[in-house]
Design a protein around this ligand. Structure first.
Ligand SMILES: [Zn+2]
Length: 193
């Protein structure tokens, strides 16, 4: 279980998040499951296409108006879809490539289930106690449950490591602002290109 914050939630400021209703939605290909999970940690709607053919992935991205994230350059150049060709193997660089395209900064937010992309809703400790042991329920005040797979989340020791990754991604983004021609691997193909 991946642990995420259960209290002290800070919303994205307008300077770090797209306008409500205009946030990008993503579809990660089979090679980018980890990237999809991290985009969910950052509050994005990030679906994952595990075992489907390229044509099905492209069709889903178009149908659901999702930005396709792929390590397949040829797939990224398909017509009628928006796609980001993810070249780097390094998670932080991948995240920076995606966020930079939309002018966003990294920020963890308990909105999406990291496992299935379902919406998280707050639940009480009493509700969480139905599935969690007393030791955990007694140490934390707020919990979240996935509306799809019903997994329970709370802020635990993983949170510090999540914040470390968030900080590294924002440092990368800041360095690129100062040196815009260095370290950019992401390539975005707009529909019709
Ligand atoms: Zn879930």
């Amino acid at each position: 279980m991946i642990l995420i914050p259960a209290h002290g939630i800070s919303r994205w400021s307008m300077s770090t998040r797209a306008e409500p209703g205009c946030e990008p939605r993503f579809l990660a290909d089979r090679m980018l499951g980890r990237l999809a999970r991290w985009l969910r940690i950052m509050g994005f709607d990030a679906a994952y296409a595990s075992d489907v053919h390229d044509s099905e992935i492209a069709a889903r991205a178009e149908k659901e108006s999702r930005v396709l994230l792929t390590r397949d350059r040829e797939l990224s150049m398909r017509r009628n879809i928006s796609a980001i060709y993810v070249e780097s193997d390094i998670l932080e660089e991948q995240l920076a490539d995606v966020l930079a395209h939309f002018g966003l900064k990294a920020h963890a937010e308990p909105v999406r289930c990291t496992e299935c992309n379902g919406i998280l809703t707050a639940v009480s400790a009493a509700e969480a106690s139905a599935v969690l042991c007393y030791e955990i329920v007694s140490r934390f005040q707020l919990f979240y449950r996935c509306s799809a797979c019903h997994k329970i989340y709370w802020r635990g020791s993983h949170w510090l490591r999540i914040n470390d990754t968030v900080d590294r991604v924002n440092s990368l983004l800041a360095s690129r602002e100062h040196h815009p021609k260095s370290g950019r691997n992401g390539k975005v193909d707009e529909p019709g290109n």
